[in-house]
Design a protein around this ligand. Structure first.
Ligand SMILES: Nc1ncnc2c1ncn2[C@@H]1O[C@H](COP(=O)(O)OP(=O)(O)OP(=O)(O)O)[C@@H](O)[C@H]1O
Ligand SMILES: [Mg+2]
Length: 272
């Protein structure tokens, strides 16, 4: 078994209210930055049927968690070592209408997570947009949720509705925010403050700022090129901001090692 740097693995679920806000881009680039900072990292693409982390990295998926669930392969077969030196696990790469026996799928996802936990310092779970069972599975298993927030009013109300779902069940759930599509840090802080004003008013909570991803054509082009921006442009401002986000996660994970936060148990979600 590979030795990991931490005693325990820190799991982060990357979530959002609406789609297309940059969750997958934030996930793969942060994973790659964490590797550069010296950590062992895995990404679970839990956006079943719409998985695109492998495409963002120009990697071919050997097998998916859905294949485990269907008895076509073992847990080891879904672990892909990417060129960025982190492990990628894809939930499913095509929509399958006969699938939705959730409890069996969660069993396979949990099997994968158990193995990844033993071998990694960080697991980042890329979740589907909005309030879905899979987003809640990911948040339940995670030590914290990272909300990707963007400045449009509709996006802010969507992310508010999403986290209200979670906070109504667990008012102390640990969330932090990454702001995407911001011109600069000032704009990113303003976007988060607009969001926090609502969350403070209605839920008496405030989300901490993890960092921001600049609105930049380099990011858009990295999708077309299937080459992560932090690898293509190691000295660029976008990469520096992603390094800041990765370092902030390291800081939180170290604090969490001393004071672990527990949410609900695995059994509760598997029984849904
Ligand atoms: N900082 C940025 N600057 C410019 N374009 C960006 C930026 N972030 C994301 N994009 C664009 O937004 C698109 C959506 O990003 P991404 O696929 O990461 O979103 P997502 O939240 O994972 O979407 P989905 O909900 O469909 O999974 C990208 O293909 C890219 O073109
Ligand atoms: Mg995505």
């Amino acid at each position: 078994m590979t030795k990991s740097k931490f005693n325990q693995c820190f799991i982060v679920a990357i979530a959002s209210g609406k789609g297309g806000v940059g969750k997958s881009i934030a996930t793969v680039n942060t994973a790659e930055m964490l590797v550069r900072l010296g950590y062992k990292v895995a990404v679970v693409d839990a956006d079943l049927g719409l998985s695109n982390c492998a495409a963002l990295l120009n990697e071919s998926v050997p097998a998916t968690v859905m294949d485990i669930k269907k008895g076509r392969c073992d847990v080891e077969d879904v672990m892909l070592k990417t060129q960025g030196d982190f492990t990628l696990v894809t939930g499913a790469d095509e929509p399958e209408s006969d699938v939705l026996d959730w409890s069996e799928l969660y069993t396979s996802l949990d099997q994968v997570l158990r193995k990844l936990r033993l071998e990694n310092d960080f697991i980042l779970i890329d979740t589907p947009a909005g309030a879905s069972d899979l987003s809640f599975w990911a948040l339940d298993r995670a030590d914290m949720g990272v909300l990707v927030v963007v400045g449009e009013p509709t996006a802010i109300s969507d992310v508010y509705r999403f986290c209200k779902f979670v906070l109504d069940v667990d008012p102390t759930y640990p969330f932090a925010a990454v702001v995407n599509f911001a011109e600069d840090e000032n704009e990113a802080q303003n976007v988060l403050e607009r969001f926090n004003t609502i969350v403070r008013h209605f839920m008496n909570r405030e989300f901490s700022y993890l960092g921001y991803i600049p609105l930049d054509d380099l990011v858009r082009n990295s999708v077309t090129d299937q080459f992560p921006v932090v690898r293509a442009h190691p000295e660029h401002q976008v990469t520096k901001e992603l390094e800041y986000i990765a370092s902030a996660l390291v800081g939180i994970s170290k604090k969490n090692e001393k004071n672990p936060v527990t949410t609900s148990t695995e059994a509760e979600v598997s029984n849904q």
